[in-house]
Design a protein around this ligand. Structure first.
Ligand code: ADP
Ligand SMILES: O=C(O)C[C@@H](O)[C@H](O)C(=O)COP(=O)(O)O
Length: 336
């Protein structure tokens, strides 16, 4: 059964709008950041990672974003192009804004954190006028990510993109991607998240991210079902609540909760799970697979990324995901 109808006859499968950044992942793992001396540079930013994932899976992708006019910005631009991602709506900032940096600390496979440098970040300077309607008119899916709502003018750029996506019938996906340090107050955060979520066909987030939107008022029990039900009064057809290594649950409008198994992984670090899960899941749904099969594919993609050092570079191809699932089924992979 298909819960979401994708428009056909579009030249692009997937467009994301938002953050293009740099991840600097600790080389010396199992130690705190204070004692980490060297880092490896990768393209990062949650929506960028998801787009790279979709491209590796063989979909036609494009990105709407803003990069700094510096070496890091040029590195990001050329990485996207090498990964077959259309960059015609990746705009260069000329105000002196800089590339956002995410330093990662890998203390243990379960204790990881991210230190973000995001003052005057170029990605938040994207303006509504810079969003190309023609590009959104050509895509089956538009993905927005919550961090781009944190500041103007990027906030208005996202709402402009949402308007175009609605106008042209693209399926809209919201990855909540909540990064507290980007926001000024709980009230502001919740207000903009809720305003955007009303317009989206699929919403993906962790339990903690939905708690932030609900501000504990509407759902004191933190019930996934209550969380999902609210959005079916608006545009949502699928709401997914992610629970780390305990897997995820997808609710559909008929009130059914779809669960899928997650796979074991030899975890190097926890971050990147959500981005690879999103890419794998959306790929599956776009192939017309069941929600369960799509979720399993997303879970296996997540395992591959959390078993690797990077997020973007480690995004798997479909063959790699299928091979991982086969190896798990044969008992060749066990949890760390
Ligand atoms: N330690 C783990 N082992 C196996 N799978 C995991 C693990 N952590 C996450 N996953 C998979 O990745 C998905 C998304 O992870 P989660 O941590 O909930 O998202 P986020 O990275 O956005 O916080 C989970 O639903 C699960 O399928
Ligand atoms: O999103 C960022 O700016 C940083 C990412 O590139 C980073 O690696 C990460 O945190 C991935 O997020 P997750 O998939 O939600 O764990």
């Amino acid at each position: 059964m298909s819960y979401v109808q994708f428009p056909d006859e579009r030249s692009l499968d997937f467009v994301a709008i938002g953050r293009l950044c740099i991840d600097l992942n600790a080389n010396e793992i199992h130690r705190p950041m204070e004692e980490t001396m060297t880092f490896t540079k990768y393209v990062g930013g949650s929506p960028a990672n998801i787009t790279i994932g979709m491209s590796r899976l063989g979909l036609k992708t494009s990105f709407i974003g803003k990069i700094a006019d510096d070496q890091m910005g040029r590195f990001i631009h050329s990485y996207l192009q090498r990964n077959n991602i259309d960059t015609s709506n990746v705009v260069t900032d000329h105000t002196g804004a800089v590339t956002g940096l995410a330093f990662t600390e890998i203390k243990s496979p379960t204790d990881c954190s991210i230190l973000m440098y995001r003052d005057n970040a170029a990605d938040l300077k994207l303006t509504p006028e810079e969003v190309q309607e023609e590009l959104i008119a050509r895509t089956k899916v538009l993905l927005i990510s919550g961090t781009a709502l944190a500041e103007s003018p990027s906030r208005e750029a996202v709402f402009q993109a949402l308007y175009y996506a609605k106008k042209h019938g693209a399926v809209i996906v919201f990855d909540l991607d909540y990064r507290p340090y980007t926001w000024k107050s709980a009230e502001e955060t919740s207000a903009y998240y809720n305003l955007a979520a009303e317009k989206c066909d699929m919403i993906l987030g962790t339990r903690e991210e939905f708690d932030m939107m609900e501000r504990f008022e509407q759902n004191p029990e933190h019930s996934d079902q209550v969380t999902a039900a609210k959005w079916f009064d608006y545009s949502a057809k699928i709401v997914i609540i992610k629970h780390g290594k305990d897997g995820s649950i997808a609710y559909t409008r008929d009130g059914t909760g779809h669960k899928a198994k997650s796979y074991p992984a030899k975890v190097v670090k926890t971050f990147g799970a959500g981005d690879s899960y999103a890419a794998g899941f959306l790929y599956g749904v776009m192939q017309g697979w069941t929600l369960e099969k799509s979720m399993e594919f997303g879970s296996a993609a997540a395992c591959i990324v959390i078993s690797s050092h990077s997020c973007s570079d480690a995004m798997p191809t479909a063959d790699q995901v299928n091979d991982y699932i086969t190896r798990c089924e044969r008992g060749e992979i066990t949890a760390s």
